[in-house]
Design a protein around this ligand. Structure first.
Ligand code: FAD
Ligand code: UDP
Length: 379
């Protein structure tokens, strides 16, 4: 009898497995239907010896020092500030849109104050900002929206930005200065030896057993457990009984080239051309040196593993109905991007898992099978 069955070995499941094992001294069976731990953050060395991310580029960034402190028990960090270029009108231009983006796109020499006026003269008045289109046209106007956002968003999500919630494009700021970093967070670093190594250290505890290539459905009747943490898609947990929640997927094309560098930055976005949305070159992220280089092309699709919840009002309404069902499942905790249908970054999932652990601590007395201090993991 395991104290806990945890479904999914991504950030949500692994953080909770680590906390429960080390702080409560309880036994955990952590399963994943994939052949590896780490969920979508999984990285591995390819045939050329280059560290790649199997499920597309994962850049760690956060404003929460508590989350950095927690993860720092399991990894050192490699400083990296993410920069992205967008291929627009035949030029590689900084995205988020900033002063250099506009000056280079239009051959201007505006100052920051002049750029404010430039945006003010182009932005559209939107009574109430609801959609992903509203966010951009009300900030920089329709022409820039069409060049940088409309095509990319239609490719990425399979629907027009006017059909998506504002939270989607609100992830990308607009700047009037020359800051060309993709993220503004106070902490932007990569796990020094990669994500998978960090997960291995997190899960290296005698109370945690891991079973890979194991679907929840295969074991739920066969393996006895007291409590359940579920981090897979919530509609699947309930056998889709209220209908399917849409999740957007990606097809990743991984290639290795016989040259040292392919593009000037880690990620180049293609909002106007190509079937793929972006190309990632990993050596920029990791600082690794190699005579060859590895890239990933991302082709969005509806078919395949669920990667992104699709933020639209009707999907959020359907999720709320599933959430209501989950409230009637005592002893089951739903955590993570798929189980709570939220477009969360890694740090937000870690935060959600730590908050869930705090709730568990408050509501469930720890098992008396082992004293906490005897089992606390040395870090
Ligand atoms: P997941 O990582 O999806 O883990 C869930 C696990 O559950 C999976 O391994 C799955 O196989 C398993 N599972 C599901 N159902 C079952 C079942 N029935 N039985 C057994 N196992 C099951 N975040 C950032 O902060 N920065 C980034 O740069 C970034 N880039 C991203 C790029 C891409 C292309 C994608 C898709 C996401 C990116 N993210 C990024 C988001 C990040 O991947 C997630 O926030 C994080 O991985 C979510 O962790 P999770 O544990 O909730 O889910
Ligand atoms: N986006 C866009 N053009 C870009 C970058 C982003 O239209 O060059 C939009 C697009 O809808 C995307 C969203 O902004 O899905 C959020 O971008 P982000 O880079 O955060 O996406 P993620 O890394 O999560 O795929």
């Amino acid at each position: 009898m395991f104290d806990w069955l945890i479904v999914g070995a991504g950030f949500a499941g692994s953080v909770l497995a680590e906390r429960i094992a080390s702080q409560r001294g309880e036994s955990v069976l952590l399963i994943d239907r994939r052949s590896h731990i780490g969920g979508n953050a999984y990285d591995c060395y390819n045939e050329a010896g280059i560290l790649i991310h199997r499920y597309g580029p994962h850049i760690f960034h956060t404003n929460a020092q508590s989350i950095v402190d927690y993860l720092s028990q399991f990894t050192a960090w490699h400083p990296y500030e993410h920069r992205v270029l967008a291929f627009v009108d035949g030029k590689l231009l900084p995205i988020p849109i900033n002063l250099d983006t506009i000056n280079r796109l239009y051959g201007l020499e505006l100052s920051s104050a002049e750029l404010e006026e430039f945006f003010a003269s182009r932005r559209e008045t939107v009574e109430k900002i609801h959609t992903a289109e509203d966010v951009v046209v009300s900030t920089v106007g329709r022409e820039l929206y069409e060049k940088f956002f409309r095509g990319y968003t239609r490719k990425q999500w399979g629907v027009d930005p006017s059909q998506l919630s504002k939270s989607v494009t609100a992830r990308v700021p607009t700047r009037t200065n020359r800051d060309d970093r993709y993220f503004g967070d106070s902490f932007q670093q990569m796990p020094a030896s990669g994500y998978t190594r960090m997960f291995e250290r997190m899960l290296d505890h005698p109370n945690v057993k891991i079973m890979l290539q194991t679907d929840y459905r295969e074991v739920r009747e066969r393996i006895p457990f007291r409590r359940l943490i579920y981090t897979g898609p919530i509609d699947e947990f309930f056998d889709w009984k209220l209908g399917r929640l849409p999740y957007r997927s990606l097809r990743f094309e991984h290639v290795t080239l016989d040259c040292e560098q392919f593009q000037p930055v880690a990620v180049v976005n293609y909002p106007q051309t190509e079937a793929y949305t972006r190309i990632t070159e990993y050596k920029h992220l990791t600082g690794q040196r190699n005579v060859r280089t590895s890239l990933t092309y991302e082709y969005p699709t509806d078919i395949g593993d669920p990667y992104y919840p699709v933020p639209r009002p009707e999907n959020e309404a359907l999720y709320k109905q599933y959430e209501a069902l989950s409230a009637n499942c005592p002893g089951v905790w739903f955590v993570g991007r798929l189980a709570t249908y939220r477009y969360y970054n890694m740090d937000q999932v870690v935060g959600q898992a730590l908050a869930t652990f705090a709730r568990i601590q408050k509501t469930i007395p720890a098992s008396d099978r082992a004293p906490q201090s005897a089992l606390a993991m040395p870090v």
